[in-house]
Write a protein that binds this ligand. Structure first.
Ligand code: WTA
Length: 632
């Protein structure tokens, strides 16, 4: 393996030819890309306007493609549509009522299939149920559910009636959930009783109960009780009871292109997460188009994105993108390696999965388990493999290519963000790939790597990754905090600054180097150092905290915390465990530090800013660099 990695990394061997079996309508040759790309950047109105007319169904045509008043923009002005119509009704009208929309599989390989026709009925019943509880267009609904068909239907039901969904990942703690319910002002919460994880039930409803204790704002909690039987409290209603007498018809709410579709909280540089807000038409078009192009979709693929709808990847590439393209998707609740390390590969084999989209952290985990597990299965149905969330290191890339792709699949490394709504940089399947480099800008996306003065960097010079003009699925604002939205476009005057560092090579292939701000990527999920620090100081024994990310073999990055304890508190293992527990309850297990170091002081600048860079250099035994601003 060592030799091949060296070959990959050497200039000569660093390009992998596109597989020859990738030829289809959605597929782009390099020449096609070059001319289309030029057109898309020079005349975005024609490019996106034509696409929007061709790919989406409208209740009323838009009369202007784009309105760009820095730093705000709108797309497809005065157009009317409903995203659920584009995801469900239109396919049923086109004869796909009986096509399977989702194949759900649990850890015991028990499956549930739902067709487009059945899904629409379920969505409509929940939508009517929500209406019966007084939920209307513009209201926010918080969803805290297991990865089930019911979760997807609940999300779509909100969109059906124009309610704004705010999905919170089931791994978040009661505190984190409460903060998100309060911030979004959700009067209605939908939850599952539990989620399945490694053969056990992980409680969700009890977390909701804790999160909403004395929270009068919440009027109703809708509970998908699954196979459980329990008594419900006064403001709770069982999902099945709610929908059983509802009609299976619910006319889609007529939404303006720019009506909000959802908020999704993500970590920023302060302790408070930001509610990234997306609107209807631009998001619909962009997730539809990127699904089709990035994964070389012809229309009859079995698609499997292994994310959770609690993250943006799930919103865009489990729900809206695949449904808008009328695909059949797999969803698998629970652990990828339970009951056996080959659970995922048996699913690929059984359902003849064509597109498989996962995160580098998962690839590294599979790699560690060994190639004997995928070898037990016929993976020949696979055509395109995707990667998202963090850079995929060449070792993991090569393992993925050989053992899952059988050297016959395109690997698309997709760079994007909660804020961008869809893929911004990748390599289209027909393009040669360069392991370790995400690739080229997607059509319509003007990307550059620049220095602090706004000048493009030279090949291989490190710079800031920026986007130069709006794209249809960009965030429109941060919920209740417009100044945080403006920061994206103000930090570097005139450009959207993504917060990442990057380089580009002579062929314009972009390599993402990681975040330029104080956020971490733990198993591909964004966590702010400030959030973890505020959870740490919420522990009664902790006086001050600083958090850094360290390289981790599987997770990509893990958390190390440096803590100053209150006077008279004793630094010992018990203290460490209790502090870790505090982070678990404040934020969730994803944010629990792997390392806790008790220290007497923290390196700070004269203005009192913690120099995390020095902590990191010290911990890793590296050169600390410039220390002239250090106070002590
Ligand atoms: C990182 C996830 C390198 C990046 C969709 C970005 C990546 C942040 C990649 C967004 C990739 C995402 N290569 N880094 N292919 N994809 N990132 O909002 O730092 O959870 O800014 O969205 O993840 O994380 P988010």
């Amino acid at each position: 393996m060592g030799d091949s990695i060296n070959k990959i990394l050497s200039e000569e061997g660093s390009v992998f030819k596109a597989p020859s079996n990738i030829v289809s309508e959605a597929n782009l040759s390099v020449e096609n890309y070059n001319s289309l790309y030029k057109k898309s950047i020079e005349d975005p109105d024609t490019f996106w306007g034509d696409l929007a007319k061709k790919e989406l169904d409208w209740f009323q045509d838009f009369n202007k493609v784009r309105d760009w008043k820095y730093p705000n923009y709108q797309w497809f002005l005065d157009g009317k549509l409903n995203i659920t119509y584009n995801c469900l009704d239109r396919h049923i009208k086109n004869g796909k009522r009986n096509q399977v929309a989702y194949i759900y599989v649990d850890e015991n390989a028990h499956e549930v299939k739902i067709t487009y026709g059945e899904l629409l009925e379920k969505v409509n019943k929940i939508a009517n149920g929500l209406k019966s509880l007084g939920v209307k267009k513009g209201d926010t609904v918080t969803i805290y559910m297991a990865m089930t068909i019911e979760q997807i239907a609940a999300i779509l039901a909100c969109a059906r009636i124009g309610a704004i969904h705010s999905v919170v990942f089931g791994g978040f703690s009661a505190q984190a959930l409460r903060l998100r319910i309060e911030d979004a002002k959700s009067e209605v919460v939908i939850c599952s009783s539990y989620t399945q994880r490694k053969g056990k039930k992980a409680e969700l409803k009890s977390i909701v109960n804790e999160a909403t204790k004395d929270l009068d704002l919440v009027r109703k909690i809708i509970v998908d009780s699954r196979d459980e039987n329990f008594e419900l409290f006064e403001r709770e209603v069982d999902l099945n009871d709610l929908i059983k007498s509802q009609s299976a018809i619910c006319e889609p709410e007529v939404m303006d292109s720019e009506d909000p579709l959802f908020i999704l909280y993500t970590s920023g540089t302060t302790g408070k997460p930001k509610g990234v807000m997306h609107t209807t038409a631009g998001y619909n078009l962009y997730t539809h188009f990127t699904t089709k192009m990035t994964f070389d979709i012809k229309g009859d693929e079995v698609f499997w994105c292994t994310a959770d709808p609690g993250w943006i990847t799930g919103h865009s590439y489990i729900i809206y993108g695949p449904l808008s393209n009328a695909l059949t998707s797999v969803i698998a609740e629970g652990s990828p390696v339970h009951p056996n390390p080959d659970r995922f590969w048996s699913i690929v084999e059984k359902y003849r999965v064509n597109v498989f989209y996962t995160a580098p952290t998962a690839v590294r985990m599979f790699m560690k388990l060994g190639e004997k597990w995928p070898k037990k299965h016929d993976l020949s149905s696979l055509k395109v493999l995707g990667s998202v969330g963090e850079p995929i290191n060449p070792e993991a890339w090569l393992w993925y290519h050989k053992n899952i792709g059988l050297e016959n699949c395109a690997i698309v490394d997709t760079w994007w963000q909660t804020e961008t709504g869809g893929h911004m940089i990748s390599t289209y399947p027909s393009f040669d790939t360069k392991p370790g480099r995400a690739g080229i800008p997607m059509l319509g996306v003007e990307v550059d790597v620049i220095d602090k003065d706004g000048n493009s960097t030279k090949p291989d010079e490190v710079g800031l990754l920026v986007i130069k003009q709006p794209w249809p699925s960009g965030l429109r604002t941060c919920w209740g905090e417009p100044q945080r939205y403006e920061k994206y476009w103000n930090e570097i005057e005139g450009f959207y600054f993504a917060g990442d560092l990057a380089t580009k090579d002579k062929d314009n292939y972009i390599m993402i180097l990681g975040r330029a701000d104080d956020t971490l990527s733990i198993s591909g999920h964004r966590i702010g150092t400030a959030e973890v620090e505020s959870a740490l100081v919420a522990h009664r024994a902790v006086a001050e905290a600083a958090v850094i990310g360290l390289p981790h073999e599987i997770k990509g990055e893990c958390i190390a915390a440096f803590l100053i304890l209150m006077e008279e508190e004793v630094p010992n293992d018990q203290q460490s465990s209790s502090i870790k527990e505090k982070v678990r309850t404040e934020l969730g297990s994803l944010a629990v530090p792997d390392e806790i170091h008790f220290v007497d002081s923290l390196p700070k600048t004269r203005s009192g800013k913690i120099m995390r860079r020095l902590l990191k250099a010290n911990r890793l035994g590296e050169d600390p660099g410039d220390t002239s601003t250090l106070e002590d």
